[in-house]
Write a protein of this length. Structure first.
Length: 306
């Protein structure tokens, strides 16, 4: 089982290509009022990334930078210049030309957002600010994707929008890979920690493959042919929580998705995530989400009468 692919799919992680900037000299672009996470890929040339507090980060061709959710920031070559707003809604494929003279810098922006009903999120493992430089170890494939993006934007053809959307997904995967390659110890203690321990990985895979299974630390350990104490110790070290806590988290994530996105009866949802009765499921869901399944579904706006 490809755990990362499954979580990205279930969370509905989607990359939306925004406007591309083509800039000459003496230019500043402001990116604000956007949903999700903004990622900028420098296709040609270079720019300064300017954030709050006077922080400036130099970007060159091949660099990709991921910003914290909803953080206003600027790109340009003139920190004191007047900024032009870059459209962030319904701007796929739109070219924004800035500055004087012929274009020397081309930057593409991709916005990522997901279904926040799930607590298990791949992007939660990444730092708030991520800068992957072109040419750094582990970033070769990311550079390849950025180059393809540049070629596609330079010569739009049949189904260019579909190609850009597909490449947006590849950019995200390669960002994650590049970050992990330079931070091998950083995934321990978080959701991606299972990747450092084959026993923990198999345990997580079994839970994902059969969320309704009779999973406790004891039953998981028996299925893996290790002692209960060994599994508990390794799981805590790898993922920062006990096996039982992760089983509950995953079950509640799946239940929240079905409550929000389907009209399945609560009885069916409870059974599908391993609860033998609706009252026991309701108590667990209330502890985890602060609302009963019925109230959660109502707040999500799922119409049971259509």
């Amino acid at each position: 089982m490809d755990l990362v692919t499954e979580v990205l799919r279930l969370t509905g992680m989607k990359g939306t290509v925004g406007a591309s900037v083509e800039a000459g000299s003496h230019w500043v672009a402001e990116v604000a009022d956007y949903r999700g996470i903004a990622t900028h890929a420098v296709l040609t040339g270079g720019a300064l990334l300017m954030t709050g507090g006077g922080r400036h980060v130099e970007l060159t061709a091949g660099d990709v930078v991921m910003m914290p959710i909803g953080t206003p920031h600027r790109l340009g070559d003139d920190p004191g210049g007047e900024a032009a707003a870059v459209p962030t809604r319904e701007a796929a494929g739109r070219v924004v030309r800035l500055g004087a003279g012929p274009p020397r810098t081309r930057i593409l922006t991709i916005y990522y957002d997901c279904n926040h009903a799930m607590r298990t999120q791949v992007l939660d493992e990444l730092p708030d600010f991520l800068h992957v430089q072109g040419g750094e170890p582990g970033a070769a494939f990311l550079e390849d994707v950025v180059r393809i993006l540049g070629r596609e934007l330079a010569r739009p053809q049949l189904a260019t929008t579909a190609v850009l959307d597909s490449l947006a997904g590849l950019v995200l995967i390669q960002l994650i890979r590049a970050w992990l390659s330079r931070q091998p110890g950083r995934r321990r203690g978080g959701w991606l920690g299972w990747a450092d321990d084959p026993v923990v990985q198999e345990a997580v895979e079994r839970v994902h493959a059969d969320p309704a299974g009779d999973w406790t630390t004891t039953t998981l350990a028996a299925a893996l042919n290790v002692s209960r104490a060994t599994l508990a110790r390794r799981f805590e070290a790898a993922m920062g929580k006990s096996p039982a806590a992760y089983v509950t988290q995953w079950r509640m994530d799946l239940a929240a998705l079905r409550l929000r996105d389907t009209r399945d009866p609560v009885e069916a949802i409870a059974a599908g995530v391993g609860y033998r009765s609706v009252p026991s499921f309701t108590r667990a869901f209330l502890r985890d989400r602060g609302a009963t399944p019925g109230a959660y579904r109502q707040e999500a706006g799922t119409d049971l009468n259509t």
